[in-house]
Write a protein that binds this ligand. Structure first.
Ligand SMILES: CC(C)(COP(=O)(O)OP(=O)(O)OC[C@H]1O[C@@H](n2cnc3c(N)ncnc32)[C@H](O)[C@@H]1OP(=O)(O)O)[C@@H](O)C(=O)NCCC(=O)NCCS
Length: 182
């Protein structure tokens, strides 16, 4: 189950990838925080998006509550994405989407997401869902190109993610987007 296009390998993470823990943490946090890529939530997220404890746990428990995918260029980690197992409405939440800033705009993010959506579909998951900040028009357009449709309902990040660390900008509206897979 490996896809190779433009030299990127996309596959599910396995325990062998524990050796890449620090690289995965770096890629995710650089994508979310440096602002060096073409789209970044740097202005909203004030703390590192992830850490080694979380990534180790996600790798060790991969395939249980969630499925984590990696994009590699040779031996180098260039991106991540994962979905959580579907809720009782058949909706699986997609998260941890990140491409290393130096690899952005080269198709890795699109390949990662399309690959994961195909796997979700093969597993019979009815719907993929995600949330993103309403102010992020660049990434919302990108999700639309992947087939996601914006719901009319919005949620407040500070209310729903009480433990998360975001700057209190007051700009915490989240858009909900969904994509049918069947
Ligand atoms: C969102 C993200 C994963 C996209 O990854 P990526 O590898 O750069 O995306 P791709 O190269 O696959 O995307 C290519 C598309 O994006 C668009 N794009 C690429 N660079 C762009 C730029 N500089 N400006 C505007 N659009 C651009 C192109 O229109 C292209 O569309 P096309 O396929 O129709 O030609 C990446 O930017 C990222 O890691 N961002 C920070 C983390 C983040 O915001 N995660 C999502 C949280 S909700």
């Amino acid at each position: 189950m490996v896809q190779q296009t433009n030299n990127f390998h996309i596959r599910e993470a396995t325990v062998d990838d524990l050796k890449y823990t620090d690289d995965i943490v770096r890629v995710v946090n650089e994508a979310y925080q440096t602002g060096d890529g073409w789209t970044s939530p740097k202005h909203i997220v004030s703390e590192p998006r992830t850490n080694a404890t979380e990534i180790k746990d996600l790798i060790e428990r991969n395939g249980t509550t969630h499925v984590l995918y990696l994009a590699l260029d040779g031996d180098e980690i260039v991106g991540t994405i994962m979905y959580e197992q579907p809720n009782d409405k058949g909706e699986a939440y997609c998260t941890l989407l990140a491409v290393a800033p130096t690899y952005q705009s080269r198709g890795a993010g699109g390949q990662l997401f399309r690959y994961m959506l195909e796997q979700m579909k093969n597993k019979g998951i009815p719907t993929a869902t995600l949330t993103t900040f309403a102010s992020r028009s660049d990434v919302i357009s990108w999700y639309k190109k992947l087939g996601f449709v914006e719901e009319s309902e919005r949620v407040d990040f500070s209310f729903h993610y009480k433990d998360a660390k975001v700057k209190p900008t007051g700009d915490s509206d989240l858009v909900i987007m969904k994509r049918p897979l069947v």
